[in-house]
Design a protein around this ligand. Structure first.
Ligand code: CTP
Ligand code: CA
Length: 233
């Protein structure tokens, strides 16, 4: 089904989108993971392609089908995702980290299936922190020709005692240093696993550069609009 016709404002551009959620093996049959379906990342890939971009989708355990005509690199773990994103980003104009990246992984994945103990005790679970792929793209750009690359992150936030969604988003934008951070308010009927989203786009200084409410396609198009505004040349 065709949406409204789009301008080809990403024609000649190469973009990388990561989508889904990474999984970290505990043993050969179990993993630590998250509930990300990959819908937002898939919508980003589809809309970028519709606007003329050459798209690589780094797909971590998607619950939805990737769009036809997009190059798909399937990954499982955060380490695999990092390699795939950085590899695909070597000649990319834009990298969008829409994947839910597991913050931690088991310090040691067991080579054999973890068995129950006769005494009823539970095994300890030691975790180590994963690398921050997005921060790495900013600190050590993977583009090989030295040209600028627009780096975009996504953050799902809820308000808490420390501050509201925007305050958390602004702090994260400054911490990550990405050119754009799409802050998604999650909670009651909005965001995770739903069709309706409320997203604020922040620049690397935490300033609001756009807002959008609606479907994941609407969020995607607003994001590409913001990307086009900062794309050099
Ligand atoms: N991200 C990443 N590598 C990680 C964790 C997150 O690249 N190890 C990216 C995500 O893909 C997303 C952005 O960073 O684009 C924000 O993710 P988020 O989980 O909100 O940020 P964290 O720094 O992990 O902060 P928090 O402690 O709130 O989870
Ligand atoms: Ca996180």
């Amino acid at each position: 089904p065709e949406g409204k016709p789009r301008t080809q404002d990403l024609a000649g551009r190469t973009v990388v989108v990561s989508a889904g959620g990474t999984r970290e093996p505990l043993d050969p049959v179990r993993f630590l993971g998250n509930r990300s379906s990959g819908k937002q990342g898939v919508a980003l890939a589809r809309t970028a392609q519709a606007r003329g971009a050459r798209v690589t989708l780094v797909a971590a355990n998607l619950a939805v089908r990737p769009p036809a005509g997009v190059r798909v690199v399937a990954v499982e773990t955060t380490a695999e995702l990092q390699d795939a994103v950085r590899g695909a980003a070597a000649d990319a104009d834009v990298v969008v980290m829409a994947a839910a990246v597991a913050d931690f992984r088991p310090a040691e994945g067991a080579a054999h299936k973890i068995k129950k103990q006769a005494d009823g005790s539970a095994p300890p679970l030691a975790l180590v922190q994963n690398p921050d792929v997005l921060a790495g793209l900013v600190a050590d750009p993977p583009r090989t020709d030295g040209r600028p690359q627009v780096v975009v992150g996504f953050a799902a936030e809820t308000g808490d005692a420390e501050g509201d969604v925007l305050a958390h988003g602004r702090a994260k934008a400054r911490r990550k240093g990405a050119d754009l951070l799409a802050v998604n308010a999650v909670g009651a009927g909005v965001g995770f696993g739903t069709e309706h989203n409320a997203v604020t786009l922040l620049d690397s200084g935490g300033e609001v550069v756009g807002t959008v409410e609606g479907s994941k396609d609407a969020v995607s198009d607003a994001l590409w609009d913001a990307v086009v505004r900062v794309l050099p040349l």
